[in-house]
Design a protein around this ligand. Structure first.
Ligand SMILES: CC(C)(COP(=O)(O)OP(=O)(O)OC[C@H]1O[C@@H](n2cnc3c(N)ncnc32)[C@H](O)[C@@H]1OP(=O)(O)O)[C@@H](O)C(=O)NCCC(=O)NCCS
Length: 229
């Protein structure tokens, strides 16, 4: 299939949203893309075009690794999406190869991914845990790494963290106008949470825990708190 791969432009935003929504069957990934873009963290974002139609998208954003040297530059891969009717035609692979090449060209040290164990190893990804890299999601085999600069994996060990936008997009507490909200679901009641420096650390809701984890850096600076149903 004849497919052109190029860098995403501002005009692609709506079509990129469409591809992610249809590929994943929901809008969490589309929202994530928009949040990363708004935060200038979509450092490599490529699209696939077939007959001028945008049919695929891949994005890389910065990660951190505990106790990495100051000059370390790593990326997280994701989301990667291809329109359902265009899947299994090599478009995902093409986006992967072009994307990884762009990462190498831009001198990144490594790329991590949380994804399918039957897909990413074909591009050289290895089980990250075997190289002393942990993740925040307790993923085992599905958390993988690809070394881009020779020797990088030997020097880097510890907890890999994606940008806070990953947690925010996964939570339901963000409305379509991008108003940041935080909810504390306890005994089936939704309660607005005070700035999380008061976090008692015993939230029983995954959403609240995730938001609470990043609140010191991001959310507490915002004044808009509301409960959502
Ligand atoms: C995953 C995805 C991006 C792959 O893109 P694609 O264009 O279909 O992939 P390619 O044509 O390059 O490769 C097709 C191969 O990938 C495999 N593949 C596709 N989706 C897969 C999945 N979810 N798990 C494992 N393998 C998968 C196919 O079985 C096929 O294998 P084969 O080459 O042995 O026949 C695409 O299927 C997609 O958008 N899926 C929904 C969103 C998603 O799951 N994204 C990845 C999140 S980790």
């Amino acid at each position: 299939m004849n497919v052109e791969i190029r860098t995403e432009t501002a005009d692609d935003a709506a079509a990129v949203r469409n591809v992610n929504e249809l590929a994943f069957g929901g809008d969490a990934e589309a929202r994530l893309v928009e949040m990363l873009r708004a935060a200038h963290k979509a450092v490599i974002s490529l699209v696939a075009l077939h007959q001028n139609r945008l049919v695929g998208h891949i994005l890389f954003s910065p990660i951190t690794i505990a106790s990495s040297p100051a000059h370390f530059r790593g990326l997280g891969l994701g989301p990667l999406a291809v329109l359902p009717e265009f899947q299994s035609k090599g478009i995902g692979s093409s986006l992967m190869l072009h994307g990884l090449e762009a990462c190498r060209r831009n001198s990144y040290d490594l790329v991590v991914v949380l994804g399918h164990t039957k897909y990413y190893p074909r591009f050289g990804f290895l089980r990250a845990k075997d190289y002393g890299l942990d993740n925040e999601y307790k993923a085992e085999d599905t958390f993988m790494v690809l070394e881009l600069q020779s020797g990088a994996l030997q020097k880097l060990k510890g907890l890999v963290k994606y940008s806070p936008e990953f947690h925010l997009a996964a939570a339901n507490g963000i409305d379509r106008q991008h108003t940041l909200v935080c909810v504390w679901r306890r005994n089936s009641r939704l309660v607005p949470v005070d700035p999380c420096r008061h976090c008692p650390g015993n939230f029983d809701c995954r959403i609240a825990v995730l938001l609470c984890c990043i609140s010191d850096r991001e959310i507490c600076r915002l004044s808009i708190w509301q409960a959502v149903g």
